[in-house]
Design a binder for this molecule. Structure first.
Ligand code: ZN
Length: 413
């Protein structure tokens, strides 16, 4: 389970083609507490490969989970945007699936219960499943029953034997984090009632490729899904997709709807058919499509390095914003050092006064960044740039500029 992976985690096919080789990188959330401790930092290959058979894009090196997650805990409720997104989803689901007091909604990776509590308010019974006891305890405190377990076929069998099958299973932004994909999907098939639906949200590989979002590749994400690859994984376990929606989250995501395969009453939705055609036109079923991505990633690195070199020649200072996984993949791939980028600001107090994994750039508060009056601020979480530019408006005072790194360096006057 740890180390080099030579066979596809979905179909067992060969992982012969490289889509992006991002070099040796530390775990993206392994913040360094002191420069003295930095020499103990471990690095692992970060490489996205493509299965020659089912075309699932996946990392071919698994890092031990304790290296990846450590003490780092992400509480979903911290983001207002997510709370709104969750509530809208629950209202839609209750209407569409006719959920009521006799139904059961199960969420996989239910975190602190921020989503499920909406169903509780509607009188719909829920069960959360999450392996982190910290977030599960937070969920229990707001009245969301939560099992502290890893989800898979074994747990699904136990629940089904207890008569606890689900009318609706929800799995948002978890599928990419699952190393044993078949065990997880098999569990969904067992847990789902005969007429139930599972909805799954995940970043869409087509968007990642079209917008060169290679910085969303990191060790915590084992797989990067196209409809083409996910439909094969689901059909292996007697599940079929019947609808899909586009979502703006994570640089372009999909929400898919799936049910048991033997449901002649369900017709494929129009958008699902459109998305399949888009993927086909983009060549996602064709192995030759993927190595071309590697060239575009290299172009992006060259443009970031050219920007940093020009800034240095002109004697201009560069700071960065956002000590997130995304930024770490990019900075490590580009080989950036504290001589190029003197500091990175982040609002999370747990990250401040630590150092970024790999590059060892010091993390400071947004206030400290403004006090340093940098000429440029590189916005690493480019998906949040509107919010960040608003927050750091103060840089206009001294003619500072914002820069986004992916896909190309863009400078806003
Ligand atoms: Zn495969």
């Amino acid at each position: 389970m740890v180390g080099l992976v030579t066979r596809c985690r979905s179909c067992g096919g060969r992982l012969g083609v490289t889509m992006a080789d991002l070099g040796l990188q530390p775990a993206s959330n392994a913040f360094v507490t002191s420069l003295a401790a930095a020499h103990e930092e471990k690095r692992y290959p970060l490489r996205a490969k493509v299965c020659e058979s089912c075309k699932l894009v996946q990392l071919d090196y698994d890092v031990a989970p304790q290296e990846l997650f450590g003490n780092y805990v992400y509480f979903s409720s911290y983001s207002d945007h997510w709370l709104v997104h969750a509530r809208q989803y629950c209202e839609m689901a209750r209407r569409r699936f006719g959920l009521d007091a006799r139904s059961l909604v199960v969420e996989l990776a239910s975190n602190d219960g921020y989503l499920l509590r909406n169903f509780i308010e509607m009188g719909v019974p829920v069960l959360g499943i999450d392996p982190s006891d910290t977030v599960a305890a937070a969920a229990q405190r707001i009245g969301v029953p939560t099992l502290v377990e890893f989800f898979g076929e074994s747990l699904a069998n136990t629940l089904a034997a207890d008569g606890r099958q689900a009318d609706l299973i929800i799995a948002n932004n978890v599928l990419a984090h699952v190393p044993l994909l078949n065990d997880f999907v098999a569990g969904i098939a067992v847990l789902l009632k005969a007429d139930g639906t599972v909805t799954i949200e995940f970043p869409h590989l087509l968007e990642l490729i079209e917008h060169v979002e290679f910085d969303t590749i990191y060790h915590e994400h084992y797989s990067y899904f196209s409809l083409y690859a996910i439909e094969q994984a689901f059909s292996r376990h007697g599940l079929r997709l019947y609808d899909a929606e586009r979502l703006p989250t994570h640089g372009g995501s999909l929400r898919i709807y799936a049910a048991h395969s033997n449901r002649p009453d369900l017709e494929d939705g129009a958008l699902l058919r459109t998305l399949r055609a888009e993927e086909s036109a983009a060549g996602l079923a064709d192995l030759d499509t993927y190595p071309r991505f590697a060239e575009r990633v290299e172009n992006c690195r060259q443009s970031v390095l050219a920007f940093l070199a020009t800034a240095k020649n002109e004697g201009r200072s560069v700071a960065a914003y956002g000590a997130a996984a995304k930024g770490n993949t990019l900075l490590n791939f580009c080989g950036v050092t504290p001589a190029d980028i003197s500091q990175v600001a982040d609002r999370n107090p747990h990250k401040q006064s630590k150092f970024l994994p790999g590059t060892h750039i010091p993390v400071v508060s947004p206030e400290m960044l403004l006090q340093a009056r940098p000429d440029y601020v590189l916005i690493l979480p480019w998906n949040l740039q509107a919010e960040i530019r608003q927050q750091l408006q103060g840089i206009k005072e001294w003619g500072g500029r914002f820069v986004t790194p992916v896909p190309m360096v863009v400078i806003y006057p």
